[in-house]
Ligand binder design. Structure first.
Ligand SMILES: [Zn+2]
Length: 187
């Protein structure tokens, strides 16, 4: 269910805060378009730290695996990355559907190691919004619809239970299945 307790602006602020705490970069030097790797100097291990902070902030589980790994797992080895470590045409198509309107377009032949540079403040925030939108309509603990905000966490105003959301990895898999059903990208 689309939730309206936490706005995208709030999420962007929290992403900036988490990135700032991890990378020691001031938040006023970040925009939604800032690439964590290219513009803010993040290295791969930093993503674990940033994700952990965001998980604590919102009570969510961020994706542990990047979309390319999910494509390979779902559609077979070589479906996303070719023998030379370049993206397949189908992976390019999927990434461009995924990141439509956010950040640079993915070009065919892009090296897989370049893909993490596409992660921006805005794309992280969009991923978190998608997770938050899996909020169930009713509280699974008491069955009431009484969600309210407690700082940056959504909790039940009736029984006090914190909301639980679909994990980032489950959400990517569900998205891939839906796109495949609609567009038949893989035979
Ligand atoms: Zn409840």
């Amino acid at each position: 269910m689309a939730q309206n307790l936490i706005t995208e602006e709030m999420v962007i602020e929290e992403v900036k805060k988490a990135v700032s705490e991890t990378l020691s970069v001031e938040t006023d030097q970040m925009t939604p378009e800032s690439s964590l790797i290219n513009d803010l100097g993040a290295e791969s291990l930093d993503f674990l730290d940033i994700n952990y902070r965001l998980e604590q902030t919102f009570g969510i589980r961020m994706a542990r695996h990047f979309i390319l790994e999910h494509i390979e797992e779902m559609f077979g080895e070589g479906s996303a990355i070719d023998d030379e470590g370049g993206l397949t045409d189908k992976a390019v198509e999927l990434l461009n559907i995924r990141y439509e309107g956010e950040g640079p377009r993915v070009e065919p032949g892009m090296d897989m190691d370049e893909v993490p540079t596409l992660i921006t403040i805005g794309s992280l925030a969009a991923g978190i919004m998608d997770i938050l939108d899996t909020l169930p309509e009713k509280c699974p603990e008491c069955g009431e619809t009484a969600w309210q905000l407690d700082g940056t966490r959504i909790k039940c105003g009736s029984c006090g239970a914190y909301a639980e959301f679909m994990s980032g990895d489950d959400l990517i898999q569900e998205w891939l299945k839906k796109v495949q059903e609609e567009r038949h990208i893989f035979e």
